[in-house]
Design a protein around this ligand. Structure first.
Ligand code: PMP
Length: 402
């Protein structure tokens, strides 16, 4: 008998399971609104033109080899990542209070950031996450021994932010708690705080001496404007918080499988930053030795070249504007059909995902009758909509809510 015969069978990952069901469906007009990856208007994955161009440069560069990167990653990539998220002239850069570590995309940044906190943050081992949040957050944080608790975030009644509930939860959390915040394009709801609401959130976090843990997986992808999507993070940094930010280049560069990301910490002093950097290197060494090179090289070339950078911004606009267009068209169709209920949230929400307000039994009918695949909580990925299926989807919604 195996020493592992008592290993319990784990349930399949919800999203990957949904994709498998979609693939097995032979219906011609099936629609996949589960997966969190960008699709173009013909439903295909999109390699950014600027990425294609830069890959050619890399392949033809005789100086590039397959040696290991340094433990903390490609140095100019790390510097450019700091500038991208904090703004190039942020004083904390000159003051040497920032440390960036190249990570295995955003997931790896969440992991390394929380691992570091579990070792070196003495005030708390509890991290508060929004209810709901990206499903993987809980798994990542509990894996490193942090206790995961919820704060109020989404109101099913308004299909929007419950700001009072959120502020109340943050007030009630013990002083010094770690607070996970989605920098922009909240996953799964698509509901972000306004700038006024961010200020109120910062006030309480300051008063309670909490530690802000930003997850930024959609910079530039959310609004098409890199600075706007980084506003909350920069606001907190300008107010003098010690904090960390997880950056992912999966969505905004379309580099999903390349695993390019960065963990950026802002500390109170340069001295702490230097010590923390040495510990981050030590942790990274034991976990992955050194991060993968190809994706970081692509990002590095683009971020450090003004012409390529401008082209990237253009590519970002293509993606985010298509998504905004799909929001608009879905909303217009539902309004034209006179579908019962209010649908403003479809256009008010931002980013890849949208909480539709549809309930599990309605989702079931969408799947069984219409071959439309989405998660039971009513979340849809806007990227799965296109000119050829948005009307079909609107009619299906209209049917299930009547
Ligand atoms: N955080 C959030 C909120 C996300 O939505 C994602 C992508 N689904 C990630 C982090 C990280 O993804 P990746 O590891 O592919 O960068």
């Amino acid at each position: 008998t195996s020493s592992f015969q008592d290993v319990p069978l784990a349930p399949p990952d919800v999203i990957f399971h949904l994709t498998a069901q979609y693939k097995a469906d032979t219906f011609q007009h099936k629609v996949n609104l589960g997966v969190g990856a960008y699709r173009d208007d013909s439903g295909k994955p999109w390699v950014l033109p600027v990425v294609k161009k830069v890959e050619k440069i890399i392949v033809n560069d005789p100086t590039i080899d397959h040696e290991y990167l340094p433990i903390l990653g490609l140095p100019p990539f790390r510097e450019a990542s700091i500038k991208l998220i904090l703004g190039p002239d942020n004083p904390v850069i000159k003051e040497k209070r920032v440390v960036a570590t190249q990570t295995i995309s955003g997931t790896g940044a969440c992991h390394l950031g929380s691992l570091f906190l579990s070792r070196f943050y003495s005030k708390s081992s509890v991290i508060y996450v929004s209810n709901p949040t990206w499903a993987n957050h809980k798994a990542i944080f509990s894996n490193v021994g942090l206790e995961v608790k919820d704060y109020v975030y989404y109101s099913p009644k308004t299909i929007g932010l419950d700001i009072n509930g959120m502020l109340e939860s943050l007030k009630n959390a013990p002083n010094g708690s770690i607070i996970l915040l989605h920098a922009c394009a909240h996953n799964p709801t698509g509901v972000d705080p306004s700038q006024e609401q961010w200020k109120a959130i910062a006030d309480i976090i300051e008063e309670k001496k909490h530690f802000p843990f930003f997850d930024c997986a959609y910079q530039g992808f959310a609004s098409g404007d890199l600075d706007r999507d980084a506003w909350a993070v920069r606001y907190f940094v300008n107010r003098g918080f010690e904090l960390l930010v997880c950056q992912s280049y999966a969505k905004n560069f379309g580099l999903y499988g390349q695993r390019a990301g960065c963990l950026t910490f802002v500390f109170k002093t340069a001295e702490t930053a230097a010590k923390a950097e040495s510990q981050l290197a030590k942790l990274q060494r034991s976990e992955i030795s050194n991060p993968p090179a190809h994706g970081a090289r692509i990002v590095n070339l683009v971020l450090n070249d003004p012409v390529l950078y401008a082209e990237w911004v253009d590519n970002l606009k293509t993606m985010s504007f298509r998504i905004q267009e799909m929001r608009r068209r879905l909303f217009d169709k539902l309004t034209a059909l006179g579908t019962p209920g209010t649908w403003n949230h479809i256009v008010d929400q931002i980013g890849m995902f949208s909480f539709t307000g549809l309930k599990a039994p309605q989702v079931k009918v969408l799947k069984e009758k219409y071959h439309v695949y989405l998660t039971d909580n009513g979340r849809i990925s806007m990227a799965g909509l296109s000119s050829s299926n948005v009307e079909y989807f609107a009619k299906a919604i209209d049917d299930v809510v009547r």
